[in-house]
Write a protein that binds this ligand. Structure first.
Ligand code: FES
Ligand SMILES: [Fe+2]
Length: 375
């Protein structure tokens, strides 16, 4: 899985590209160069904890999801003891892909080629006609595992051999979101977006509402663009809250669309946090929206957006998840459109970095964090 990186790439990193005093957007190469993209894969996406889903997707023993991670395919599966495992989707016999579907349930993982069979814990439990092979021991051929961890109900994977424990990585966020009951929430909808823009543009876009009056007229009516107050201003986790007008909700109708997810102290606030490098977490009083970002090339990003609600909300008459989903699908598309416009302009020979406004301190902080990860 190692990516061949040419040594000269080391020269790309210039922390001075974004300093706090003289903050400007990043140079063109960070958005278009395949060498930078390869370096990001190596130094960020093969090193950091990546959001791959929520535990509600694999509630029962044998439930699995298959997630593509940087050209790799990972099986995320729950075993009979309730433990969540991550396995490379690669047979230990002659390497075949094991599971072709995106999700499902199985009693064991059986290879479609010669039927080697693995338990839910990854141990090889069946290998037809291998008994007469000298020195062959099934115990020597478990599935190759990847690091996985669960935080607040969300499943993360890390392809580094010895990553920092997930809990330690997320220490600055410990207990911060407990009111939202995220471990027990249930998904109501997933929408995938294929966006023709560099993944960093979506992080920068998410981190400011300077663009909101023009780009999001509907959002702006319910949540004033200049109401942002950030409490995490530097580092891998960034964001804060914005106000929601009294009695309103971020839905098409403007009304709350479900029972609240927990004991939310202030119903006039929506919280937005970016969690480096691939998670956007949006916490509303009655739902949690989460985006996964998966860079496909310098100019293309797959975005997976999930909406999660309290399990009790689903059985109530006031449950109208589509009211929130429609609102954010519209708002997401408004954002992706300007990200695509940015990509087009940044790729021009006329582009040069422009100055960030005082309302873009979080995008500037995100850029600093990103540049710090490149070797
Ligand atoms: S490649 Fe999987 S059993 Fe042969
Ligand atoms: Fe936006």
């Amino acid at each position: 899985m190692a990516i061949q990186i040419k040594p000269r790439i080391a020269a790309f990193r210039k922390p001075s590209d974004i300093s706090s005093e003289d903050a400007k957007s990043m140079p063109q190469k960070y958005f278009v160069a395949s060498e930078i993209f390869a370096e990001e894969q190596k130094s960020i996406f093969f090193k950091e904890w990546l959001l791959v889903g929520h535990q509600s997707q694999i509630a029962n023993a044998g439930d699995y999801v298959v997630q593509r991670v940087n050209g790799e395919s990972l099986i995320i599966i729950r075993d009979k003891r309730g433990n969540v495992h991550g396995f490379f989707n690669v047979c230990r016999h002659r390497g075949s892909r094991l599971i072709e579907t995106d999700n499902g349930n199985c009693a064991a993982i059986q290879c479609p080629y010669h039927a080697w069979t693995y338990g839910l814990d990854g141990q090889l439990i069946g290998a037809p006609h291998m008994d007469d092979v000298p020195k062959f021991e099934k115990a020597d051929y478990p599935l190759q595992s990847a690091n996985v961890g669960v935080w607040e109900g969300f499943i993360f994977a890390n392809l580094d051999k010895n990553p920092m424990p997930l809990e330690r990585w997320l220490t600055p966020l410990a207990g911060k979101f407990s009111h939202w009951n995220m471990p027990i929430l249930q998904p109501a909808k997933r929408i995938e977006y294929d966006v023709r823009a560099n993944w960093k543009l979506m992080f920068e876009n998410y981190s400011e509402c300077y663009h909101c009056p023009g780009v999001h007229p509907q959002l702006q009516k319910i949540s004033p663009y200049d109401s942002a107050e950030n409490d995490l201003r530097e580092g891998p986790f960034l964001g804060g809250f914005m106000k929601i007008n009294a009695g309103k909700s971020l839905t098409m109708s403007g009304n709350a669309c479900a029972a609240f997810v927990g004991k939310i102290e202030n119903l006039q606030q929506v919280f937005y946090y970016s969690i480096f490098p691939n998670m956007l977490l949006s916490l509303h009083p009655e739902y949690v929206m989460v985006h996964q970002l998966w860079p496909q090339s310098p100019e293309r990003t797959l975005i997976i957006c999930d909406w999660l609600f309290h399990p009790d909300a689903f059985n109530r008459n006031d449950f109208k998840p589509e009211d929130a989903i429609e609102f954010w699908d519209m708002t997401n598309k408004q954002d992706w459109h300007v990200c695509e416009l940015s990509q087009q302009g940044i790729a021009s020979r006329a582009y040069e970095p422009g100055p960030f406004s005082s309302r873009e301190s979080i995008p500037a902080a995100w850029d600093r964090e990103y540049l710090g990860h490149l070797k």
